[in-house]
Design a protein around this ligand. Sequence first.
Ligand code: CP3
Length: 344
Amino acid sequence: MALNDRFLKACRREDVDCTPVWFMRQAGRYMAEYRALRAKHTLLEICAQPELATEVTLQPVRALGVDAAILFADILLPLIPMGLDLEFAQGEGPVIHNPIGSRADVEALRRVEPHESLAHVLEAVRLVRRELDGQTPLIGFAGAPFTLASYMIEGGSSRNFIKTKRLMYSDTRTWHILMSKLGCVIADYLSAQVNAGAQAVQLFDSWVGALSPDDYREYVLPHSRFIIEQVQRTGVPLIHFGTDTAMLLPLLKEAGGDVIGLDWRVDLDRGWETIGVERAVQGNLDPVALFAPRAELERRVRRILDQAANRPGHIFNLGHGILPDTPVENVKAVVELVHEFSKR
Ligand code: CP3
């Protein structure tokens, strides 16, 4: 196989032979290979053992022919060395048994030295790079401070983020101390991933769409911007992703990122226009479109590519992660359709 650099070229808005495509959550339960490994190991075990994390990272690269690999890990891993008791409970998603709420809780959070307490993740980056042998680029990632803070405060997934916003509104000073601590941890962690070999990184602010533009600007933007500025010193492209962000796009752009992720609730061309064509964009097929009949799926892929109009700087992806039970053959078909329809 030849060197495939169309993903990295698109991040830099350079010309490509066809539009690159990869998928958020491209490794996971919809793949039989993943389920087979998960039958023997917990999610945290896979993340803690670099050989297993490497194997899972490579599964979709082999099965789908995507243009980038994304390291197999979870955005919540850095919370463990910070002092949180994290568990992925069967069927419930993440649970944090000692959620935080007070100034004292925030002050007790430990600063993380990624080379010590997240060394297993960095080792997985090195192993994956060795296995990929320069052929497919590797994306590292981390959660953004708002999304991570929401898990730390709510103790798990949330619908209305009541405890998170209550802290934000009632004890703004404590909120900013928490966000600054997360900012330092995440900036160090992403930089360490780059030093270990990650060729691009994605910052996941998955739940930031719960905020109004004013709240985003005041409570979140400076902290996300700090991380992005730190990581950009490494020189690798950064993808800044959130969902439900149609009204936040100008502020996400202001916070930074070479590539801005778009979810499916915004038309790609309108979203790109809002961001400005001097940035690259990533997206934005509805993950549920992968359950549609083939002709409908094809129509939707074509529509996104038509909106992108082969302008330099489009990376095809979903608007959010692949869901369990997604038919693998449809995911594979999207890779082929994107490459075929976008040939320059
Ligand atoms: O994209 C990839 O292939 C890399 C792996 C990856 C995982 N989590 C593995 C995982 C990535 C990029 C993540 C990011 C992540 N984790 C996010 C941000 C992206 C997003 O989807 O918004 C968030 C919010 C989390 C937190 C998290 N981890 C939740 C809410 C859950 C449970 C939800 C679910 O799907 O069950 C997880 C568990 C998790 N992380 C799984 C995987 C493959 C599924 C669990 C399993 O194998 O048991």
